[in-house]
Design a protein around this ligand. Structure first.
Ligand SMILES: [Zn+2]
Length: 550
C-alpha cells in the first residue's frame, strides 16, 4: 500500500503543493466488518426482518465507536441514528387472469411466460380492467428540452399504452438521446412514470434483449414477485393501474393482428414525427387481487458536523440491505450473504466516518447515509431524497459506494453509467495523485447510471455518482481484474455464494477509500458547488434551487 502511493506521488506531484496526507484505512477493520455483516447470523440483511435490527445495531455501534454522531430523524429534540422508511409491499394473490383479444378472439396470457404483470403500487389492492384498448406510443418519451414528444396529445384514459424499451437512438447509436448510452428516458421506471402522467390506465413494455440489456428471465424474476415502493402521498401520480412487460414475440403478433408491422413501426418511433398508433380491434383484460401492506424499514444516518457551514452537506451513501433468505443454490445454501454487495460499501461508510471524525473537522457537514431497500428498487435512497433530513439544495455532492472490490489495488476506477459533472472531474483529478486513471463505463447503453442509489439524488439535481473499483489490477493487469469480475458476475453476484473470503486483502479498497476521502474532504472544505455539465438532463432541476446556494 504505502509503497504504491509513495512511488506514484514521486512520479506525478513534484510541482504540486500536497495538502495534508489522507488517512490510511485499516484493511483488518474493513475485513472484519465485511465478515461480520455478511455472516450467516445477519441472514442476508433483508429489510424489515429480524436481520434488519441486527444490522442496524451493529452498524450504529461501529459508527459510535468510530466517533461519528447520529444524523437521523429528530425524536424528542434529538437526532437518532436512523430515518424511518415506510414501504408499501404488494403481492399478487394467486394467478392473475390476463386476456388479450385480437379480432374478437380472446386468448389467455400466462403470467411469467408471455407477460409479466407487476403487483400494483398505485395504492389499490385489486386490478379490474375489462377490454381496454391498446395504443402503441413508440418509446413513450416526452422530452421538451429535446423537442421530442411521442404522445402528441393522444388520449390514453382507459387505455393501455404499449412501449419500446431504451431510448429512440439506441438502435442507430446516433441522435438526441446520447447515442448508444441510455438516458433516463430509456429506463422502464421512467416509462411507467410518464404513463401515469399521461393518464394511461396501464403500460406494457415490450421486452427486447439488446435494448433492455438483460433477457426475459430477469424481467420475469424481478416483475412477478413481491413489489415494493416508498409510501407516497399520491402513488397514482407515478404508477398507472397496470404495469407490465410483454415478450417481443407477443408484441409482434399483436401488431400483426392489427395489420401492422412491428419493425417498421419501431423504425418510425426513432423519429420525431412518430405518432401513437391504435392497435385496432385489440384489447386487454386483467383481473387480480393484491395483498398490500405498509412495512417500516430504516436508513442508518451518521454525521460529522461542519465547523463553518454546518448547514451545507456532503453525503457518502451506500446500501446496507441485501436479498435476505431465499431460494437455495446448488449447495443448498439459502442465505444471500451479500459480502461484496454491499457489506463492502457499509464497511466503507463506517471507516470513512472514522476518518472524518478523527481528522481535521470539515467546514461543511459530512453525512454517512447507509440506506435500506436498494435491492428492492433504490427505495431507501429514494425515500431520503424525497424526505431529506438535510436540504438537497445545500447538498454539495453525493459519493455512493456499492459493491467495492475487496482484492488488491487497481490502476483505474470507474463510475456507474455515463454522466458529465464536476464531481467526476474532481475524482479524476484527485485520482492522479494515487496513480489512478478513470475508465468510462464500457456499457453505457445498459443504463447503470439509473440503477444505483446515487440516482435518487441525481434525478433531483444533486450532483451524485457511484464510485466503482477498477479492473486494471496492479497485480496482474486487466486480465486478472477482468477474470475476477467475470467470476463474481457468474458465480456470486446476487447468489448465496457472495460470501466473505479469508484471502481478500482489502488493500485496493483501502486505497479507493483514500481517494474517496480526498474528494469528499476537499468538497467539504470548499465553498464551491460542483454542477452538472451544460447538456446534462439533471442540470435544469439543479439550477432551480441556485438562489439557495448564494
Ligand atoms: Zn445488489
Amino acid at each position: 500500500m504505502k509503497r504504491l502511493i509513495l512511488s506514484t506521488l514521486a512520479l506525478s506531484t513534484c510541482t504540486l503543493a500536497i495538502a495534508a496526507a489522507p488517512p490510511t484505512f485499516s484493511t483488518q477493520r474493513l475485513s472484519a466488518e465485511v465478515k461480520t455483516l455478511s455472516s450467516d447470523a445477519f441472514e442476508g440483511r433483508g429489510p424489515a426482518t429480524p436481520a434488519e435490527t441486527r444490522t442496524i445495531d451493529y452498524v450504529v455501534a461501529q459508527m459510535k465507536a468510530a466517533g461519528v454522531q447520529p444524523g437521523g430523524d429528530i425524536v424528542d429534540g434529538k437526532r437518532t441514528w436512523t430515518q424511518a422508511v415506510p414501504l408499501l409491499r404488494s403481492a399478487i394473490v394467486g394467478t392473475p387472469a390476463l386476456t388479450l383479444t385480437i379480432d374478437g378472439k380472446p386468448q389467455a396470457l400466462t403470467q411469467g411466460e408471455q407477460i409479466a404483470v407487476r403487483a400494483p403500487t398505485n395504492g389499490s389492492n385489486s386490478v379490474t380492467i375489462a377490454d381496454a384498448p391498446l395504443v402503441f406510443v413508440g418509446y413513450g418519451v416526452k422530452a421538451p428540452e429535446r423537442q421530442w414528444d411521442d404522445f402528441k396529445g393522444v388520449d390514453l384514459r382507459g387505455k393501455i399504452a404499449v412501449v419500446l424499451i431504451n431510448d429512440p437512438d439506441f438502435e442507430t447509436g446516433k441522435g438526441d438521446f446520447g447515442g448508444k448510452a441510455m438516458t433516463y428516458y430509456g429506463r422502464w421506471t421512467y416509462k411507467y412514470e410518464e404513463a401515469a402522467r399521461q393518464g394511461a390506465l396501464g403500460m406494457l413494455v415490450i421486452h427486447e434483449t439488446a435494448p433492455a440489456s438483460y433477457g426475459w428471465a430477469t424481467v420475469k424474476n424481478s416483475n412477478t414477485n413481491t413489489m415494493f415502493d416508498i409510501v407516497r402521498d399520491k402513488p397514482a401520480e407515478v404508477h398507472p393501474e397496470l404495469e407490465g412487460w410483454i415478450q417481443r414475440d407477443l408484441a409482434v403478433a399483436m401488431f400483426k393482428g392489427a395489420g401492422l408491422d412491428f419493425e417498421a413501426l419501431k423504425q418510425k418511433a426513432q423519429t420525431r414525427d412518430f405518432r401513437p398508433v391504435v392497435l385496432k380491434g385489440e384489447s386487454l383484460s386483467a383481473h387480480f387481487k393484491a395483498d398490500t401492506k405498509v412495512i417500516t424499514s430504516h436508513n442508518i444516518v451518521g454525521r460529522v458536523e461542519g465547523s463553518k457551514r454546518p448547514d451545507e452537506t456532503v453525503i457518502y451513501s451506500g446500501h446496507w440491505d441485501h436479498l435476505g433468505v431465499g431460494a437455495p443454490d446448488a449447495r443448498g445454501d439459502r442465505i444471500y450473504n451479500g459480502a461484496v454487495d454491499n457489506a463492502t460499501g457499509t464497511a466503507a461508510l463506517i471507516e470513512l466516518g472514522r476518518a472524518f471524525a478523527h481528522g481535521p473537522q470539515p467546514e461543511r457537514s459530512v453525512i454517512f447515509l447507509n440506506v435500506t431497500a436498494e435491492e428492492k428498487g433504490l427505495l431507501g435512497s429514494e425515500y431520503y431524497a424525497a424526505n431529506p433530513l438535510y436540504p438537497l439544495a445545500k447538498t454539495a455532492g453525493v459519493l455512493n459506494v456499492d459493491a467495492l472490490d475487496p482484492h488488491g489495488p487497481a490502476h483505474n476506477f470507474t463510475i456507474s453509467g455515463s454522466a458529465r459533472l464536476g464531481l467526476l472531474d474532481d475524482l479524476i483529478a484527485a485520482a492522479k495523485s494515487y496513480g489512478m486513471v478513470y475508465t468510462p463505463d464500457p456499457k453505457p447503453e445498459a443504463g447503470y447510471f439509473f440503477r444505483s442509489d446515487h440516482f435518487s439524488f441525481a434525478k433531483r439535481g444533486v450532483p451524485a455518482v457511484s464510485f466503482g473499483s477498477g479492473n486494471d489490477w496492479v497485480d496482474g493487469g486487466v486480465a486478472a481484474g477482468k477474470a475476477a469480475e467475470d467470476d463474481y458476475t457468474e458465480k456470486r453476484y446476487h447468489q448465496p455464494a457472495d460470501e466473505w473470503r479469508a484471502d481478500w486483502s482489502f488493500t485496493g479498497m483501502a486505497r479507493d477509500l483514500q481517494l474517496l476521502y480526498t474528494v469528499g474532504n476537499d468538497l467539504a472544505n470548499s465553498d464551491a458547488w460542483p454542477d452538472w455539465s451544460k447538456d446534462s438532463e439533471f442540470r435544469a432541476i439543479r439550477d432551480k434551487s441556485a438562489a439557495e446556494r448564494k
